[in-house]
Ligand binder design. Structure first.
Ligand code: GLA
Ligand code: ZN
Length: 690
């Protein structure tokens, strides 16, 4: 993976910088559009995402198309060296469309059809919506598919949500027939004998509803899978309607931190991954938690295609939808934007270019404020970043090479949260996964965030926190990974159910039991105010010592070949194993039986990573809240040193020779990093390992 990927677009082989641009909101004022071009150049912007919500401006009445305004905007982009991600407009529809064809509007889980309103308010199954979308997409493709200013397709906007209309119910039933073949198979998979729910006719099946079925966990999982497949199919339908005109033009769709849709399933039909990141900086005393959460998310989106991604949206100043919409303090715009680049983004783009004058997003941050000129703090920050990105263009296309992977599955996320017990006060799945990720982030160790269906072979170390839903097949893959010399870390509440949310019989952690060498007999849930602890045993092979607080869940395990490294300190299970390691084939598998905090995870993963031979970006200890991320083109490594703590820090280099990529200055042994400071360093790449 250590090679230079092709740039996202050969037309613009540098880091992209720009914003969502909505000229259709300003067509009544042509002076604004001319001024926009002047300001875009001044801000060092080279790309705009255009046409995202333009359906009414493009097709003001059914079959009547109006492209002249878009022709003009794209022509002035071409003349001024600005490029465009051209959107398909399906994210919001014109009133005439909903008025004439009410079936395009969504029906909620309560079975009430929405009125014409908002956006993302459409049925993915409706043949009419598909047809109308294909028509407008084909027109756009015909006209602009080979336009010199267009660098790619921005398909729709933040796909999400679900529809429960009759068309969707029928599609769900057909999907189930394809999955199960017979009602007997479905009834068994859904364990529907419980509460006499046995289905005797496919027509009896209805999607989950607040006033209907909610307790069949197998059905809930299948509904989420169906909604994902239906949405991916809709996206593919949109892509087919644009790709034909110029198959070489890349397609993407902007994703976000959505729980209900398995975004990883879109990756195979996309050329580029893009996502919308809105970190809530400055909510606490320091930004470490926010930074590490977004590091995790950037890693997750990058890992979907293992190549540079597009940061399609971020805010240049504040959002307008957080509980408290804080400004970015000076320095944070640069740090936040380059954090994305550090984790593999080849673009920094904003929502949005110019603030709307009215409606619900009129106070959302934008590059150009209502004041309408460039003499604002935000505009200066953006323009400065434009210069910085230009000076970093060598980074474009470079890869991230991670030897560690964290497993994070959407279907596990759905299932683990759907379960009743053992702790309905919160299992904190996402937070737990991010806690484990943070231990690597803090050490400057690159991490891929992958799913169970991905290839495990490239990694030396795989971490699977709370892998509650673990298919037999995933168990076999992890076993083979360890046997071949990999190091695996699994936590409590893993290997509990299969892909139908049916418990593994014969002892937990089900398909992981042999690999981990343990049997998890019971799990004790703790109140938030309860604590237990883990005491590290003398002479353990990780060289760890001391006692660490543990909380929330304590699994009571038996050793079946594994060795105990730590024991519980309290309760009736004091002195029973809480941390174990098992040797299998050439590898090792660790089990953490209870929830432990950062104070444990950092030294634990320091020792585990060292034993697994996982390299850090810099061979030195980083101060708290400082991280180092790496991209490489095979001959040069680009190292991003970032300080998210509330204190000035110093990073001690590791004896290799470095230059500052922005200033070309040769660097000495210690790099000072102010609060919110970031430096991008370059060094010769290490020779390729065989
Ligand atoms: C999302 C949408 C944008 C805009 C922003 C505001 O990411 O894609 O259209 O609404 O949120 O933060
Ligand atoms: Zn529907």
């Amino acid at each position: 993976m250590r090679n230079l990927a092709a740039p996202i677009s050969p037309k613009l082989p540098v880091l992209m910088h720009g914003a969502d641009y909505n000229p259709d909101q300003w067509l009544h004022d042509p002076a604004i559009l001319a001024e926009d071009i002047r300001l875009m150049k001044l801000a060092g912007c080279n790309v705009m995402a255009i046409g995202i919500f333009s359906w009414a401006a493009l097709e003001p009445s059914e079959g009547q198309f109006q492209f002249e305004w878009l022709d003009q905007v794209l022509e002035s982009f071409r003349q001024n060296g600005i490029y465009a991600w051209l959107a398909t407009p399906s994210g919001a529809r014109p009133a005439w469309l909903a008025g004439r064809y009410p079936e395009v509007l969504r029906v909620g889980p309560n079975r009430v059809r929405n009125l014409y309103a908002g956006r993302h308010n459409h049925c993915f199954t409706s043949p009419v919506y598909r047809e109308k979308t294909a028509i407008i997409n084909r027109k756009l493709a015909e006209r602009y598919g080979s336009h010199p200013a267009v660098v790619g397709w921005h398909i729709s906007n933040e796909y999400g949500g679900e529809c429960h209309c009759e068309l969707c119910q029928e599609a769900f039933r057909s999907w189930l027939k394809r999955q199960y073949g017979t009602l007997d198979a479905l009834n068994l998979a859904w364990w529907s004998t419980f509460w006499a729910h046995t289905y005797t006719d496919w027509q009896q099946i209805e999607s989950p509803a607040p006033h209907g079925e909610r307790n069949l966990h197998g059905m809930n999982l299948d509904w989420r899978r169906f909604v994902t497949e239906q949405t991916v199919a809709f996206c593919k339908h949109e892509i087919d309607a644009v790709k034909w005109a110029n198959p070489g033009l890349p397609v993407t769709t902007n994703m976000y931190t959505l729980e209900t849709l398995d975004y990883r399933k879109f990756a195979p039909i996309l050329d580029v991954i893009s996502w919308d990141a809105y970190p809530d900086w400055h909510i606490a005393q320091d930004n470490v938690k926010v930074a590490s959460t977004f590091a995790f998310l950037h890693d997750m989106f990058r890992s979907m295609l293992h190549k540079p991604f597009v940061l399609m949206e971020s805010t240049p100043s504040m959002t307008n939808w957080q509980a408290v919409c804080k400004l970015k303090k000076p320095g944070m715009h640069r740090l936040s934007s380059l954090q994305a680049v550090a984790h593999g983004a080849d673009s920094v783009q904003y929502f949005q270019w110019r603030k709307s004058r009215g409606s619900t997003e009129k106070f959302h941050g934008a590059v150009v404020d209502h004041a309408g000129h460039e003499h604002t703090r935000v505009f200066r920050d953006v323009a400065e970043l434009g210069g910085t990105l230009a000076s970093l263009s060598e980074v474009t296309g470079s890869a991230t090479h991670a030897e560690t992977a964290i497993l994070f599955d959407w279907e596990n996320r759905w299932a683990v949260k759907d379960a009743k017990g053992p702790r309905n006060a919160g299992l904190h799945y996402e937070e737990t996964v991010q806690d484990h990720h943070r231990a690597f982030w803090q050490q400057g160790i690159p991490v891929d965030v992958i799913g169970s269906e991905d290839n495990f072979a490239p990694y030396k170390l795989i971490v699977a926190p709370m892998l509650y839903l673990c298919r037999e097949e995933t168990g076999r893959k992890l076993e083979a990974f360890v046997e071949r010399g990999g190091t695996l870390v699994v936590t409590y509440w893993s290997g509990i159910v299969d892909e139908h949310d049916l418990c593994h019989l014969g002892g937990f952690p089900g398909p992981l039991r042999k690999t981990l060498g343990i049997w998890a007999e019971e799990i004790d849930a703790l109140h938030d105010y309860d604590l237990n602890g883990v005491f590290l045993l003398d002479g353990n092979p990780l060289g760890l010592s001391g006692r660490y607080e543990s909380r929330q869940l304590c699994e009571l395990i038996h050793l079946e070949g594994a060795q105990a490294l730590g024991q519980y300190t309290d309760d009736f299970y004091a002195e029973r194993p809480a941390l174990t390691v098992n040797s299998l084939g050439q590898g090792k598998a660790y089990y953490i039986a209870t929830r432990l905090g950062d104070d444990f995870l950092l030294p634990f993963y320091r020792a585990v990573a060292a034993q697994a031979g996982v390299a850090r970006v810099l061979d030195s200890e980083l101060p708290a809240g400082v991280t180092a991320q790496l991209r490489t083109d095979g001959s040069s490594d680009f190292i991003f040193l970032m300080n998210f703590s509330d204190k000035a820090a110093e990073v001690v280099l590791d004896g290799r020779s470095y230059i500052d990529l922005e200033t070309n200055e040769t660097l000495e042994t210690v790099i000072p990093l102010p609060v919110d400071g970031i430096r991008v360093l370059k060094r010769d790449a290490a020779p390729l390992r065989s």
